[in-house]
Design a protein. Sequence first.
Length: 424
Amino acid sequence: MSITAIVGINWGDEGKGRMVDYLADHYDVVVRYQGGNNAGHTVVNDLGTFKLNLLPSGIFRPQTLNLLGVGVVIDLEHLCGEIKRAQDAGVSISPQNLRISDRAMICMPFHRWQDRWEEERLGAAKFGSTMRGISPVYGDKAMKKSLQMGDLLYPASRDTHLERLVDWKNALIRSAYHCDPIDLDEMKQWLDTYGDILKPYICDTGEVLAQAIAANKSILFEAQLGALRDLDYGIYPYTSSSSPLAAYAPMGSGLPSIKVENVVGVVKAYSTCVGEGPFVGELDDTQGERIRQAGGEYGAATGRPRRVAYMDVVATRHGVALQGATELALTKLDVLSCLEEIPVCRAYRIDGQEVERFPYTPLLDQAEPVYDVLPGWHCDISNVRQFSELPKAAQDYVLYLEKALACPIRYVSVGPAREEIIVR
Ligand code: GDP
């Protein structure tokens, strides 16, 4: 039995999905434990290219059981669409290989709408939300107003919760956003239409996991986003509304008593960030554009261009510590083949002082990157499968990071496809 979490070390989009797809073969159960359809995992395998927002990335492995845990928020309409698209592409999905926690929250259409109204209200001060309703639904969860997936199985209780929720929401909407009220019948219709499709998948994921543990099965936790987006430990308020940390994986799965044994931290070979908030060393020049083009840095969920910077050791070391990473996967090393030399941010300069520890969020606005500049390799490395066959400069880049981050780099990926990876 092995219990592993695959987590993001930075701002998200590190390539977690491809690592879950790669490793899922060795695990019996894959669990998504937080977040909603606000971020996307891109998986490239023999069935095609998939942009998964909610489905666990283990869905492509026929023997793997996939769970959406307690900590996830689910837009029913979106999930139905995602299942259908995957099925149309030849992926087999049924309650045999996908289960949804009865305690996961339902992200309603008005959560999406509220997300948009709030960004419009904020104007220039907007957060850069993905407009998928994630912060409104997590907010309502904390206010104890949301619906859980299990409510779909109990229509009377579902309708009581929905009526209370819509009544409260309408009071808020009228005063804050001056919008038309939410139509209760329309929402019931929406729940019927998509809820009926998903009902067979709903279960107590805690029981499923307890049985898996009793049968000595191996479990892989799949996070969304990265450590710097954690609601408590990230760059608040430019965070997500959930916890992408490995420590939260058992909580968000359905069986809080599970002990995570291995934490694979996924780190991109350079930095990217979507949305607003501080981002030290942001490259808004031609170098940044070169990396963005070479890395295809456009959001999987929204298509938005990602902000780009060189590797930030200060932020990454912080992410490694927050995640308790036992090993790292360094992704997209091939993208850096486009550079003649490769700066790495080894410290920040704040008020004239060099700082190696990630500072409290408002100080990030004053932080200037301090770079070490490493030689580039400037050739195609996407066919390399052995570490020793990488150009010396590429090996040195990996070894430099391994030392600076004080964590073994076990995997180095050199292309998006499943087999484009070096295992050390
Ligand atoms: P995730 O949310 O952490 O799974 O990351 P995303 O899927 O949002 O973004 C990662 C992107 O990089 C996807 O388009 C992947 O196909 C792609 N990718 C992953 N690993 C590599 C790699 O080693 N090289 C290249 N060129 N692309 C990669």
